[in-house]
Design a protein around this ligand. Structure first.
Ligand SMILES: Nc1ncnc2c1ncn2[C@@H]1O[C@H](COP(=O)(O)OP(=O)(O)OP(=O)(O)O)[C@@H](O)[C@H]1O
Length: 929
């Protein structure tokens, strides 16, 4: 039994402790919950168990029930206050109860909204409740005067007891659920990482994860990157291919998101993931630029000053109103001047102006550094990268550099100052109007954020549809304009008009849907704010009417509230904008982390050129390390000779040229130029010696002069003229409207095929290369142009070791050596005469080409094979018919002898084309299979 005097002492001692507990308990629970949830998300932890669904529901209901008990306690207190006609005196108790409603409300809403919650933040709050509740109730009882317990005290005890029971039950259900889950799966489902087991550093994609396989959708945003995300991505893929056609933009976004999730998975948590963005640091922070660093420091000071001014303005407004209302402490005139000065400082003409002025050079430094670095990095990447990426993807990635600075801008210059603003607001209002006002501020902010973020999430799919419709509209418009000639030729203008108007209507409908969504969402958000403002205003009015506060304070409150709207709205959309910027930054990061595969070895010497003796020694090559493109290719080209490669399309001829120019490195074997392995010499010195004329040359949208001069930037006009004369294009250029200053249009569109080729040859001639790589054009041109091109090529190749992927019979015939490539193998090698005499694959191809081109009357037996060859070998027969006939006769004669020769076992008239070479062993054969 407690003695009365002991009870008094206990009551006195428990007072301050109880007050602290009323405030401290919900605060501690809230901070624990937020901190542990943040850690769980950042370290990608998730609970993945279907069995948890049942207990999740029960625990959510128990939490809701406990909230009801807090609410009931609150009602009981308010009822007493109404009965006693007084404002509730137990301010700390009421704030404590309100805060508990808010905190457990957040916990239970979080739990109910998450299919697979991470449990420890929730269970932790339950344990805290179990620890705090009896202490608070015990102290509360101790603080009561001794005597009979009143009815309301009994109700209070009953409510606390029932709530305690609810918490205990929640804990029991949690452990029971965890235990049965463990029993069924045999694994500890708790705190399981999102990541699949990694063996040998590679996540095992094949290992079944029963929990995940059966679980529903993730709710934890990026933290929830389980396989489900990949499944979701796969689903997106599926949808993309089946239901709708994925637009390039959607594809890009999806791939970037997948890439981001993959990397996040690899990194294991958000911290190490974020660390990988440090690669951008030197482009954002002006490392060696002291003036810019000082500017950044001053911007920081501006922001802090702004925070300070944001408090002073409402305060000054209050003082001004009070001075107008008869408070003689302040002179209204001076107060209005101070107010004006503060407003000026906070305005666009004040601190904001200074801050932006200071920031401009820093911003442009970042743009300058980032885009030049990205551009240079991309240009220095190797062929494998450029072959794999579309140019529009690369362009997008370079412009994504802006996303990185946007992200930093959002965090450093908006989020952090706004957090400071909100903390100051909460503290200032709590100090000025008491803890109720502080509570109202926090509660309004939490509810506002919840409503705003969930509404934004709801609008996501509508927004996605709008973007797709926008792209559709853009695509239809572009297609109509770009294909205007086709549209007009086929008389389809009405069709295109209809198509476009449908696309526009569709887009407008989708945009209206999104607009409406936003308007409704804003309306809800502002209703929440208004409720908060009204609650705060009622409280303030009460204080003003009871004399506890001045009217000026009331005005201050209103002004402060209006200042809080901007930060709250900003925070609501922060997640969305950061995730969008992150996707953009991810695209750039991926590129910046790609290393060029073709690089100079440390201290690689210059290529010592001495004639141009080229040797391929057992060269094997594969683009993707799966399919072998070149198999053991060996040959030698002596200085000044011309080597022609012939063979079916896709045989690997162009690949040989690419290897020689070191666009790729051989997988095995080696390529030697004048005895030096091209991998061992300086890449730039190698490319200086090589001139390339591609099959479809690409010119820049610039003048003819500048296009030719591109080969040698310091070439004089005379040198350019000489090169063009040698390429037999000079006269033609002079005939253009602006001569050498004529612009050639995008990719040289304004030039004819023959002109384009000769400009490309002139460019190669100007470079004066030692080795020429030539991929002949397959398209036939008129005889005169043909002759001019041949003349230009003769000029280019004269005295130089030349490699030609040959598509013209005349080129093939005139080459010193002919290499027949089949399926990546060099099957025959020799001069034209030798190979015809050998009557192998080459002779067969030759006879078919001439046959096909010179006679339109295919015989019945020849038809299928001839058709096949026309499909696979794209030759241009540019021989005079007499020459063709002579060559054909030669082939036929050889075929005749060969048919009589039992050793060959083949006749040239056979219908098989590819396989025949495998069985032939002739003098000209390079390879015997
Ligand atoms: N960048 C690349 N990545 C992957 N595979 C490629 C790449 N370039 C070419 N290939 C493949 O390599 C094989 C050989 O291509 P290559 O261009 O060397 O053939 P080709 O004999 O020159 O044909 P064509 O006469 O039609 O130009 C083909 O199967 C082709 O699909």
């Amino acid at each position: 039994m407690i003695h009365p005097s002991d009870a008094d002492m206990a009551s006195q001692a428990s007072g301050p402790a109880l007050t602290s507990l009323h405030y401290g308990y919900p605060a501690a629970v809230f901070f624990y919950y937020m901190a542990s949830s943040t850690v769980a998300v950042c370290t990608l932890q998730t609970q993945s168990s279907e069995q948890t669904n049942g207990r999740r529901r029960i625990i959510t209901w128990l939490l809701f029930f406990s909230i009801l008990t807090y609410f009931a306690q609150l009602c009981s207190l308010l009822t007493q206050a109404v009965i006693q006609h007084s404002f509730p005196s137990d301010q700390d108790l009421i704030i404590g109860l309100l805060s508990c409603i808010l905190v457990f409300g957040v916990v239970s809403v979080g739990l109910s909204g998450s299919e697979n919650p991470v449990w420890y933040p929730i269970v932790g709050t339950l344990w805290m409740a179990l620890a705090f509740e009896p202490i608070i109730e015990g102290l509360s009882l101790l603080s009561q005067p001794l005597g009979e317990l009143r009815f309301e005290e009994l109700v209070d005890i009953a409510l606390v007891a029932v709530r305690y029971l609810a918490f205990v039950l929640a804990i029991i259900f949690f452990f029971e659920g965890a235990w049965s889950a463990k029993k069924e799966t045999g694994t500890d489902a708790e705190r399981q990482s999102l990541l699949k087991p990694v063996e040998d550093g590679v996540p095992d994609a094949n290992k079944p994860n029963t929990d995940e396989a059966t679980s529903g959708g993730q709710q934890n945003g990026y933290g929830a990157t389980s396989d489900e995300t990949s499944t979701a991505s796969a689903d997106v893929n599926k949808t993309a291919t089946s239901d709708t056609v994925e637009s390039p933009w959607e594809k890009r976004q999806r791939l970037a998101k997948e890439q981001m999730e993959k990397r996040l998975k690899e990194k294991g948590n958000w911290f190490t993931y974020a660390k990988s963005f440090l690669v951008f640091f030197p482009y954002i922070w002006p490392v060696n630029n002291r003036p810019l660093q000082i500017r950044i420091g001053l911007v920081g000071i501006c922001l802090l000053t702004m925070n300070f001014v944001n408090v002073l303005i409402p305060r000054q407004m209050g003082i001004l109103i009070d001075s107008l209302g008869g408070d003689n402490t302040y002179n209204p005139w001076s107060q209005v001047l101070v107010f004006g000065a503060l407003k000026l400082i906070a305005s666009e003409a004040g601190l904001s102006l200074v801050r932006q002025w200071l920031w401009i050079p820093v911003e442009f430094y970042s743009y300058d550094a980032m885009s030049t670095a990205a551009y240079s990095h991309i240009l220095n990447l190797s062929s494998d990268f450029h072959d794999a990426k579309s140019s529009s993807d690369i362009m997008m990635a370079i412009s994504s550099g802006q996303s990185v600075s946007n992200m930093l801008d959002s965090i450093c210059f908006r989020a952090i100052p706004m957090i400071i603003d909100m903390t100051v607001a909460f503290t200032y209002l709590s100090v000025t109007f008491g803890p109720y006002e502080g509570f109202i501020t926090i509660a309004t902010s939490v509810v506002f954020m919840y409503i705003a973020t969930s509404m934004i999430a709801r609008l996501k799919s509508a927004r996605k549809k709008e973007v797709s419709a926008w792209f559709e509209e853009h695509y239809v418009r572009q297609a109509g304009i770009q294909g205007w000639t086709t549209v007009t030729c086929f008389n389809q203008i009405p069709y295109e008009e209809r198509r476009y108007s449908e696309a526009v209507r569709n887009r407008v409908a989708k945009s209206q849907e999104v607009q409406l969504g936003y308007i409704v969402s804003y309306a809800f958000q502002f209703l929440v704010l208004l409720s908060g403002l009204l609650a705060g205003a009622f409280l303030a009015v009460h204080q003003v009417t009871t004399g506890a506060a001045t009217p000026g304070k009331f005005i201050m409150l209103l002004t402060y509230w209006s200042q809080l709207v901007a930060p709250l709205t900003f925070f609501a959309s922060l997640g969305k904008s950061i995730s969008r910027d992150l996707i953009g930054a991810e695209q750039l990061l991926e590129i910046m982390q790609t290393k060029p595969t073709i690089i100079d070895k440390e201290g690689a010497p210059q290529l010592e050129f001495s004639g141009g003796h080229v040797k391929f020694d057992k060269v094997c090559f594969s683009y993707d390390k799966k399919k072998e493109i070149l198999k053991n290719v060996s040959f030698t080209a002596t200085p000044g000779t011309t080597v022609a490669f012939v063979g079916a399309t896709g045989a690997g001829k162009s690949t040989i040229l690419k290897l020689l120019d070191r666009f790729y490195d051989v997988t095995s074997g080696s390529i030697l130029i004048d005895g030096q392995d091209i991998r061992e010499v300086n890449l730039s010195s190698l490319r200086n010696q090589i001139g390339v004329v591609p099959q479809s040359p690409v010119l820049f949208d610039d003048t003819v002069m500048n296009n030719v001069r591109y080969a040698k930037l310091d070439a004089t006009d005379e040198e350019v003229f000489e090169a063009c004369k040698a390429a037999s294009i000079h006269e033609q250029i002079l005939g253009f409207s602006d001569g050498y200053q004529t612009r050639v249009g995008e990719r040289g569109i304004k030039l004819s095929g023959g002109e384009l080729q000769r400009v490309a040859i002139a460019r190669a001639i100007l470079k004066r290369p030692s080795i020429v790589l030539l991929d002949e054009a397959t398209s036939a041109v008129d005889t005169e142009t043909e002759q001019k091109i041949q003349e230009a090529l003769r000029q280019l190749c004269e005295g130089r070791t030349t490699f030609i992927v040959a598509h013209r019979l005349s080129t093939i015939m005139n080459a010193d050596r002919i290499m027949v490539i089949t399926g990546g193998e060099l099957v025959e090698e020799g001069s034209h005469e030798e190979l015809i005499g050998a009557n192998g694959k080459y002779a067969e191809l030759w006879s078919r080409q001439i046959f096909v081109k010179t006679k339109d009357t295919d015989t019945k037996e020849d038809k299928p094979a001839a058709k096949e060859d026309r499909k696979v070998v794209d030759f241009v027969n540019d021989l005079p018919s007499e020459v063709a006939e002579v060559e054909l006769a030669k082939v036929k004669a050889t075929a005749g002898t060969s048919a009589d020769d039992p050793a060959s076992g083949e006749s040239s008239g056979s219908e098989d084309s590819e396989d025949s070479t495998d069985t032939l062993v002739t003098p000209g054969h390079r390879k015997e299979v």
